[in-house]
Design a protein around this ligand. Structure first.
Ligand code: NCC
Length: 281
């Protein structure tokens, strides 16, 4: 097969995985009243209302330990929107990771495991929330609703009722698997059928909301370390290279569409990616 260009890859991501969240139109969610439960504005439209025309420049901040001592906080906060993951804090780490959070992607463990105090923690307030759960590849929404990996549905319903004004979405499991299909479709090796990491999902999600996306410490800088997260004393190289998620393949793929200079990658662990609105497929 012919080698595929960065443009081909971008177009695969843009066309084969359109951003999709649960909208309550499909069973079983339609019968459960989700059409009225989910936010009235689609995520794709949320930042394009009135005079807003989406974001120009965005930052995706991974939770990798290598961001410690980076001093990237000011640069990160200078972007129009900042996306963070799961329980990654800013408090106490502002110099390295910044303090602005626009969107937070959370996996279903955050909603279901009491240790995260999803209802109470300030991490999940005053931001747009996007949750997801790894449904099996052959997505059957009824089965998934009955046996999610971690139960995100009741906490989601409760949170929507208590905080109806907070934008909070659940990614459609088909979207997650379409992303996986693009990774496998552009990788020679056969990859394990586990969903992409929140990191990959967040990067592509921001590519549909922003004209340009800067990703920090997804591809490790020269600060590369086995420290899993910048906010925890826990060491495991699998956090960076992957065990369950096809992390290594995701990272190789994203590096192929990097338009930033090599020095940004080495010094800052920073990738620059074009937003989908700027790519003509
Ligand atoms: O660790 P996690 O991800 O929350 O990290 C968010 C994203 O940052 C990128 N990352 C992280 C650490 C590192 N050393 N290098 C990196 O590149 C990855 O892209 C990662 O996705 C997840 O993807 O949702 C994950 O969540 C954790 C955990 O559930 C949450 O942190 C909540 O505690 C998973 N860990 C476990 O289940 C034990 C992790 O596998 C993936």
């Amino acid at each position: 097969r012919l080698a595929r260009s960065p443009k081909d890859l971008l177009c695969d991501l843009k066309n084969q995985a359109p951003l999709r969240t649960l909208d309550g139109s499909e069973k079983p969610f339609s019968s459960l009243g989700w059409a009225r439960l989910v936010p009235p504005t689609a995520l794709k439209q949320l930042y394009r209302q009135g005079t807003q025309r989406g974001f120009r420049s965005c930052a995706v901040v991974t939770s990798a330990g290598s961001i410690l001592h980076s001093g990237l906080g000011k640069e990160i906060d200078s972007h129009d929107a900042v996306l963070r993951f799961n329980a990654a804090p800013t408090e106490g780490y502002e110099r390295d990771v910044g303090m602005k959070t626009t969107i937070r992607i959370i996996n279903s463990q955050i909603l279901s495991d009491p240790k995260h105090r999803f209802n109470r923690s300030s991490l999940y307030k005053n931001v747009t929330l996007v949750a997801w759960d790894p449904a099996p590849y052959e997505v059957n929404l009824d089965k998934w609703h009955n046996t999610p990996d971690y139960n995100l549905f009741s906490p989601y319903e409760e949170h929507r009722r208590r905080h109806p004004a907070q934008p909070f979405y659940v990614l459609h499991p088909k979207y997650v698997w379409q992303l996986w299909d693009v990774i496998q479709g552009n990788t020679k090796e056969t990859i394990q059928p586990n969903p992409p990491s929140s990191g990959f999902i967040g990067i592509v999600l921001m590519m549909s909301l922003c004209e340009q996306v800067h990703v920090y410490e997804y591809i490790p800088s020269t600060r590369k370390t086995d420290l899993c997260h910048y906010y925890e004393h826990y060491y495991d190289a699998a956090c960076t290279l992957g065990a369950y998620h096809p992390l290594l393949y995701e990272k190789i793929l994203v590096q192929r569409i990097n338009t930033g200079p090599e020095t940004d990658l080495k010094r800052k662990g920073c990738l620059t990616l074009p937003g989908f609105s700027t790519v003509n497929c």
